[in-house]
Design a protein around this ligand. Structure first.
Ligand code: S3P
Length: 433
């Protein structure tokens, strides 16, 4: 099992550019596969999650080439062009891949089975299966979890669906199924979630309207191939944003980051704590806004996180909890029960890890209360969760002794090269097999 050993390094300095956005990379492959014509993707995240999607797309009979690092060329087969895969499709650790493929595959003429790694096989899939069944799909799960078995040949019809949980994956699966449905599909979300699917569908020429929390899709005759430039992943930038907040003595810059407002709740949360964050060099990367993020030294104070920010920062809580541990006073997060069904139970796993480092906290059903204060050294278990691993690596900036972080191989699912990049700006991080 691989581990990180991170010695207290006290300071980071310089600047970084983070790899491409995971959510956008998955979607570029899927829509490129369904489009008519050749889709060119640059800035593609070559992490294990997106490579699982790439492999799955290829198993469905789509030709995908990778002419250079970060470049992918997809020969779209058209909305009805997938062919039956030989075997079960393995999504690895990627919840996004599994849930979005459920939407795509339930409209096909052939049967398919979706499986994943140990973590993914424990995650809830009925939240997607249920609305897809309402559309006419034939899907079964095992006690609500994978394997997901899909019977082909269903005729889908558009539905109006009010989502009980704020989930971009559920919303996206329904919209992708809606591409093949008869009639209009309408999804209403209880809180705003990331809108990459909507933006990218528009880039592929599909009519999608979003207003007041409701997204409406009119099934297109075809999707037109596109050129997609993938911005840097805000969720990967988050580790360096927090690292700079707690460990930079001079301005620190993260360049070329996607700053879609449905993703950047962490910036508002840290600003409430007193962080000095500036977005500079605003530009756009296709349908997505991009900027450089500059972090200046500032003292952090504990806060009560407004619940409306939770879905806008859903993947950033492991990193945010580390910022809270370094703040003066108490931080309270509530309304975040979704964290329990991510790659790990991120409330329990982060709480235990912080406790192991001497940071007092109290687990709540829907969140965590953290008392800011000194951080010690110790051994932390990630439970195979990439974001937990990277968050505790950042915590070492304020630790009084080394932190051993166990089970770090899954960092490669979202952030290949994290360890080297972290070292390049001053983290004393050593990887051991
Ligand atoms: C994602 C949506 C979120 C997020 C995940 C990526 C997406 O999941 O946590 O990492 O790409 O749509 P939920 O839809 O379960 O909130």
């Amino acid at each position: 099992m691989s581990s990180y050993f991170v010695a207290p390094s006290k300071e980071i300095s310089g600047e970084v550019t983070v790899p491409g956005d995971k959510s956008i990379s998955h979607r570029a492959l899927m829509l490129g596969a369904l489009a008519s014509g050749t889709t060119h993707v640059e800035g593609f995240l070559e992490g294990e999650d997106c490579l699982a999607t790439l492999k799955a797309v290829a198993s469905l009979g789509v030709t995908v080439d990778r002419p250079a690092p970060g470049e992918v060329v997809v020969q779209g087969v058209g909305l009805r062009g997938f062919s039956a895969p030989q075997d079960a499709l393995d999504m690895g650790n990627a919840g996004t891949a599994m849930r979005l493929f459920m939407g795509l595959l339930c409209a096909q003429s052939f049967d398919s089975v979706l499986v994943g790694d140990e973590s993914l096989m424990r995650r809830p899939m009925e939240r997607v299966a249920k609305p897809l069944r309402e559309m006419g799909a034939s899907i079964s799960t095992q006690d609500g979890k994978p394997p997901v078995r899909i019977s082909g040949g269903a005729r889908l019809k558009g539905i109006r669906y009010a989502m009980p949980v704020a989930s971009a994956q559920v919303k996206s699966a329904i919209l992708l199924a809606g591409l093949h449905a008869e009639g209009v599909t309408t999804v209403t979300e209880p809180a705003v979630t990331r809108d990459h699917t909507e933006r990218m569908l528009q880039a592929f020429g599909c009519e999608v309207a979003a207003r007041g929390g409701t997204v409406t899709l009119h099934p297109p005759a075809r999707l037109e191939a596109a050129r997609i430039a993938v911005p840097g992943d805000f969720s990967s930038a988050a580790f360096f944003i927090v690292a700079a907040c707690i460990g930079a003595r001079t301005p620190f810059t993260i360049r070329g980051v996607g700053v879609n407002p449905t993703r950047t709740g962490l910036l508002e949360m840290l600003a409430l704590m007193g962080a000095d964050l500036r977005l500079i060099n605003h530009r756009s990367c296709g349908a997505e806004p991009v900027a450089d993020i500059e972090v200046r030294p500032a003292r952090l104070r504990g806060v009560r996180v407004p619940e409306r920010l939770v879905p806008l920062a859903i993947d950033e809580f492991p990193a945010f909890f580390v910022a809270a541990a370094c703040a003066e006073g108490e931080t309270v997060v509530s309304g975040a029960e979704e964290l329990r069904v991510k790659e790990s139970d991120r409330i329990a796993v982060m709480a235990r890890g912080l406790e192991a480092l001497g940071v007092h906290n109290e687990i709540r059903a829907d969140g965590l209360r953290i008392e800011g204060g000194p951080i010690g050294g110790g051994v932390v278990e990630t439970h195979g969760d990439h974001r937990v691993a990277m968050s505790f690596a950042v915590a070492a900036l304020r630790a009084s002794a080394p932190i051993e972080i166990r089970d770090t191989a899954n960092v490669a699912t979202s952030f290949p090269g994290f360890a080297a990049l972290a070292r390049s700006v001053g983290l004393a991080l050593e990887e051991r097999a």
